[in-house]
Every structure is written in C-alpha cells, then in structure tokens.
Design a protein around this ligand. Sequence first.
Ligand code: ADP
Length: 371
Amino acid sequence: MAQLLFKDVNKVYPNGYHAVHDFNMEIKDGEFICLVGDSGCGKSTTLRMIAGLEDITSGEFYIDGKLANQMTSRERGIAMVFQSYALYPHLTVYENLAFGLMLEGIDADIIEEKVQATAKILGLTEYLERFPRNLSGGQCQRVAVGRALIRKVDIFLMDEPLSNLDAKQRVTMRSEIKQIHRSVGATTIYVTHDQTEAMTMSDRIVVMKSGGYVKQIGTPYELYFYPKNLFVAGFIGEPPMNFLRGKVQGGKFTVEEAGISFDIKPIIDDAAAIEGKDVVFAFRPEAIKVAKGGKAGKDEYLVKSEVELTELLGDTTNVYAKVGGVNTILKVNPHDTPERGSTFSFGVPYKAAYLFDAETEEVIPSSIERN
Ligand code: ADP
C-alpha cells in the first residue's frame, strides 16, 4: 500500500511553459483522489510526474516516505489506465490481460489464476476469448482497467478513463471503478474534467485552474459547501452557483441597478472590515425558497427576478431568470414553476448565502454554520 507526499512540486516544460505550480499534498494510503479542472490546467502533467513519465522540475515527491523523484516507473509500483484503452487488437481479452505477466515470465498456471480472478472482479469471464473489436466501449475500458489491476500494484493512476464512453456507460463504470477501488484498496489518482465524476467518486478532490494552480483540496462535501474562492464555487456544482456583483455600503450588500440592499451582518463576522469593498454575493440554485406573496421567510434575503425560460426536468424545474440584468439559474419544485416573462420573487436563506471578495476572489469568512 502507498502513501504519497508532494512538497512544492513544479513542472516547467523544456519550452519554458510552467505547467504545474507548487503542488503540495499528502495522499493517504488507499485514498481515491480526483484531479479536476478544465482542459490544460496541468492534471495529466501531475499524473505523469507521479508515474515517472515526466521529470519533476523542482520540489520533492515521496512514496511511503522515500524520495521518488528519480525512481523509475517500475520502482514506483504503479499501474496506469489511459483514456484510449490501448488494447492489443490482435489479442483476445484473456491475452490482453495476461500480456504483462507473460513478459515478466510468470508461470502459466499462476497467470491463469490471476486472469480468472481479475475477469471475475470486472465481470469479463464470459468475454475472455473475444477480441477487442467485438466488445462495447465499456467492456474495452474494463479490460484496460483489468490489465492495470492484474499487476497488484499499490498505486493506480487513471487519466480520463471514461471519456470515450457514452453517458449511460460512464455512470455504470463510475460505480464499478469505485467498487473495484473498495475491494482492491490501492491508492488511486484519477484525472477528469468532469466535476460530477469527481464529486461522485472521490474521497478528496484537487481543483486545479489553468496555469497549473491548485485552488482547493477537500472532500466533495467541503468543496460544495465551503468553497474557498470564486473559482471553486463556480466550478463545483451543476447548474453552477449564482453570483451577484455589488458593493458593501453602510453594512449592506448593494446592487443599485437591481434594487438590492441586504444587511450583511447576519451572515458575516465582521461587516465593518469589508465596508466599501467590491464583493460577490452568491447562492446555489437549489438553496432558494419561493417567496409566497412576494415576501421572503424569516432569515432570508428577498430577491426579485424576471423569468426568461423554464426547463422541467421531472423532479425539479430549472428557472433561468435575470436579477438586475444578471443571469441566474434557480431550481424550484415543478409545481411552483413560474410563468415565462413573470416576476419571480425568492428568498435566499442566510445560511445558504456566501460573500466573496471581488478583488482577491477569496471567500469572506462567515459566522454561519451551513449544515
Ligand atoms: P490537462 O491534463 O489538465 O488537460 P496537461 O497537463 O496535459 O493539462 O497540460 C498542461 C499544460 O501544459 C497545457 O497548456 C499543455 O499545452 C502544456 N504541455 C503539456 N505537455 C507539454 C510539453 N511536452 N511541452 C510543453 N507544454 C506542454
């Protein structure tokens, strides 16, 4: 089993591009970690440094307390699954699974045992004699995972392994990979640009931003309810968090053109400290309460919006509405769906409201408990 430690790890490519900045993290033995962020933010570079496929430019990387910067991939005890399954097309599923072990000169009967055990975990037993061309995308990906799994390594690395699958297969494979992780227990680092994948699979998530910066590391719960900055607040959650830009004037969050003037003392420890600052008032689409009769409930801010579009999803309706010219998305019970073109009034509970410093983009510490 393996515990990983990164100390100020940086990657500068030979062309001078600084792809990863000061990556610091301790990963516990057996943890499932997702690196998530938009394309080009440095996720694969980080993964490839862990794998030993890319040099670490500066900083230290330890596996189980041993400095690993100079270790070969083999010495690190890792297995990697890529986006393209990279199966051998002319070999059967059995041979694809057995290939690595055969190269290592392992006895045929031990290989047979391992292939059968791995195939069982992945539900591939009845496909062992098939060729990759006769498998679905999901089955191919399972074989690719199996090839990594069969090597009994301590560290599992996966780079967007589900992105070639259709939406339904992705959901199925997501839970399969989680179950495999639970039964195998290897420390797993999983790269994805899909925040839903990260939220559903991870013990902890590393949110990265273009330029190779880590914006926050935390459990899915922490990232969702306690985002440290606007980037994480906007990245995690679908539909995304709503942001209203304004100013703190006389202890009130004010957006003049939207007629908004909210007393912020109920949600902020030290309102005086941010007097005069440009701030962002934020709330999640599902946190709102319909303001019956145009009145907000106790401990809620009243917001008025103009409805542009509604989308009935079945269990909920997404309402696209403008608040003082700003686009927002609100989730309501389908039975409360407002008319297009109407004014829709809603309450934002104090405990669901966030304030961010517009300049630093960091969250302003709040006194409100959110659970
Ligand atoms: P992600 O996996 O998050 O999409 P990558 O880690 O692949 O991002 O890439 C991060 C950044 O580094 C990108 O801007 C990419 O263009 C750049 N990059 C990747 N490989 C190289 C390389 N060999 N030389 C120079 N720049 C690179």
